[in-house]
Design a protein. Sequence first.
Length: 297
Amino acid sequence: MTNQIRADVGMLLVTLLWGSSYLFMKLGLIDMHPLNLIALRFGIAFLVAGTVFFRRLFRVDKATLGRGIILGIILFSVFVAITYGVQHTSAPHAGFLVSLAVVFVPILASTVRKQKIQRNILVAIGIAILGVGLLTLNNHLTVNLGDVLCIGGAFLYAIHIIVTDAFVKRGDPITMGTIQLGIAGFLGLSVSVFSGQVQLPHTGNAWIAVLTLSVLCSAFGFIVQTVTQKHTLPTHTGLIFSLEPVFTVIFAYVFAGETLSSRGVVGACLVLLSIVFAEFGSQNFVVRGLHRHGNAS
């Protein structure tokens, strides 16, 4: 088996884990406050990643530490929106809506660079708007809070991708990625303490959810993604990443019985189509940024 095939298989495994993360978030939220889940998820992920990369952490310089802190603050904001969003919507909705980050990235990048938005991105935006409308609007033409928060999380995640892309050019991405896990976990714990919401999981299922999210979806996903990205092509990683919301739907249906309505299926397909348009139209930027930090899923 060649390095490329091994890398693609590894990336597929990580994407499958990311697809399952929304279901595990819902499972953990049955027994825990969202801030506690964030604190434990990223706190444990930091301990795991820190154990693997402890030599890098001991050699960290002030600039890399500062960038890791900034990324951690943004990552914490991303997951506040997503975790609260998952609490108020279905896992399939969350999976597709958060994937809209792929559409937001080139829009924000063009704005920052003061460049004209490419035609394929405009097409992706139009398709995404139609898809999101079909996926989220109810018969009264209103959107529930969870869907709005997940879309907000996708927007924040796009900001995280763009900032990450700028930072990793000037420092060690693994060290910055590890530090951001610790900052996100620390902020989750701090806000939990301040709001009086500190608690540990009370059930075995909740602990399974927390450990899966922290060890497999965050720490393991981040480490494997970092290694595999060196041996595969951007077109491969882009195509594999687009499968994440598909895996979310499969996990939600098999393990929780959650399904999409007929209208929702059409909307989800349109969202997926918009992601493909956006990814392959802005391949170098979107995929490079998105897959350097897979631990945001």
